[in-house]
Design a protein around this ligand. Structure first.
Ligand code: PSV
Ligand code: MN
Length: 424
């Protein structure tokens, strides 16, 4: 669906006066507003191809209609998001849910919308209809060599699709693990998994990275073979310099200190990818920033500080992606909200005065340290994020625009009310 330039202009014109008033205030309050706006304009977050449809739970799925029926339509939807916020300029594909049958055509379609291909995602957590061997008892960890080989071959195939699309990274998330004590020999499961990852690693093109994503539990509930950042770090270190850990916000045990994990992984040069979402209990699919926005800011503070300490580029030296697919919201509105929350946390992190914070830390001035962080967190950065959008030709208020333009209604009219996008 194409968004007309004049509707964007009309929308922005209506909101401009109020926006300007709020922008003037924040620009006068902080001393690096211009620099922050520039950094916000450059920052891009990949949208996964499985987040464009309504997500289901194991109890049911309630589609809202107008969901993309093909990969082409998914790319159109991401293009639409990007037109609205200018911060969703990348696609993260999942194989086999979204096989690019004609890669050149898909690549061109994405390029037309200003999109590039971020990390590719493999899938050895489900059995596909034409698949020979089952992953019921794991893939790379499996006691059966042929099953392990099938999973290795699949990952190599995913790399090949990625090469055709211009992607340069592979994310491996394994559901491997066990549900009961005694089911698995932990050391053998680790060694098998490492062996498989080593074969996949060998197939990586020179300029590629592999991200080893960890998850504490689900679908396995007793042990997970890549269950936490320590295990992922162990694999990544044993694999070599092209291997990194990937942090997914929802993949920790409750109350884990994710900001500390991020800080240490960056210190070791081993954080390569990031998946955004939020959770209250055990979910990993809620809208980013909807439950714990302060934690999101604290994590971003460590991301910015840790990346700066290593001279890393905020835009290109990390695979940023939203990984959520919620079951009650309109998926596109949900993604707009997630992107907004990420941009706000990033903007706030850019505002932290590192020197003053350092001084407070050196003086063991705990109160001052808290003041510094919370003053920044409570500052309204929305006008700066909106200004970054405005300058890029996008809209001042993406969710409002989505509704004013009746975008979902138009999608339903065009695609139908009974469409179900591929994904979980
Ligand atoms: C499952 O938890 C998961 O959401 C992982 O986070 C992966 O990144 C994603 O599925 C797709 O494979
Ligand atoms: Mn993830």
């Amino acid at each position: 669906m194409q968004v007309e330039k004049y509707s964007i202009e009309n929308h922005n014109e209506r909101l401009l006066k109020e926006h300007q008033r709020r922008l003037n205030y924040i620009s006068a309050t902080v001393n690096n507003a211009e620099k922050i706006i520039e950094q916000l304009q450059a920052f891009q977050i990949a949208i996964p191809s499985w987040a464009l449809g309504t997500g289901g739970t194991r109890f049911g799925r309630f589609s809202g209609g107008g969901e993309p029926r093909t990969l082409e339509e998914k790319i159109e939807d991401i293009g639409l998001l990007h037109a609205l916020n200018h911060s969703s300029g990348a696609v993260s594909l999942h194989i086999p849910w979204d096989i690019p049958k004609n890669a050149a055509h898909i690549k061109a379609l994405a390029a037309q919308q200003g999109l590039r291909f971020d990390a590719m995602n493999s899938n050895t957590f489900q059995d596909q209809p034409e698949q020979k061997l089952s992953y019921k008892f794991g893939s790379l960890q499996n006691v059966n060599k042929d099953i392990r080989q099938q999973a290795i071959d699949h990952n190599i195939e995913v790399i090949q699709y990625g090469v055709e699309l211009g992607s340069t990274s592979l994310t491996v998330w394994l559901s491997d693990g066990s549900c009961f004590p005694g089911q698995l020999n932990f050391r053998e499961a680790f060694q098998n998994t490492l062996g498989g990852l080593q074969d996949i690693y060998k197939a990586l093109p020179a300029d590629w990275k592999i991200f080893v994503e960890y998850k504490a539990y689900e679908p396995n509930f007793y042990s997970t073979t890549v269950g936490d950042w320590g295990q992922s770090y162990l694999y990544a270190t044993k694999l070599g310099p092209k291997a990194y850990t990937l942090v997914d916000l929802g993949h920790h045990l409750p109350n884990a200190n994710i900001e500390q994990i991020v800080a240490l992984l960056l210190m070791e040069g081993k954080l390569g990818g990031f998946h955004f979402n939020d959770s209250k209990y055990g979910d990993d699919d809620l809208t980013t920033g909807s439950i714990k926005p302060y934690q999101l800011f604290l994590i971003f503070k460590e991301l910015v500080e840790g990346m700066d300490a290593r001279g890393m580029d905020h835009v290109s030296d990390m695979g940023w992606m939203i990984d959520a697919s919620h079951n009650v919201k309109d998926p596109l509105e949900d993604l707009l909200q997630s992107v907004e929350a990420i941009m706000l946390a990033y903007a706030q992190a850019l505002l932290v005065d590192k020197k003053t914070l350092k001084a407070a830390q050196q003086n063991n001035d705990v109160v001052a340290a808290q003041e510094i962080l919370q003053n920044v967190f409570r500052m309204d950065m929305r006008p700066l994020v909106a200004e970054a959008r405005l300058r890029a030709g996008a809209v001042l208020d993406p969710v409002a625009f989505f509704r004013e333009e009746k975008i979902r209604e138009k999608l339903i009219k065009h695609r139908g009310s009974k469409t179900v996008a591929t994904g979980l």
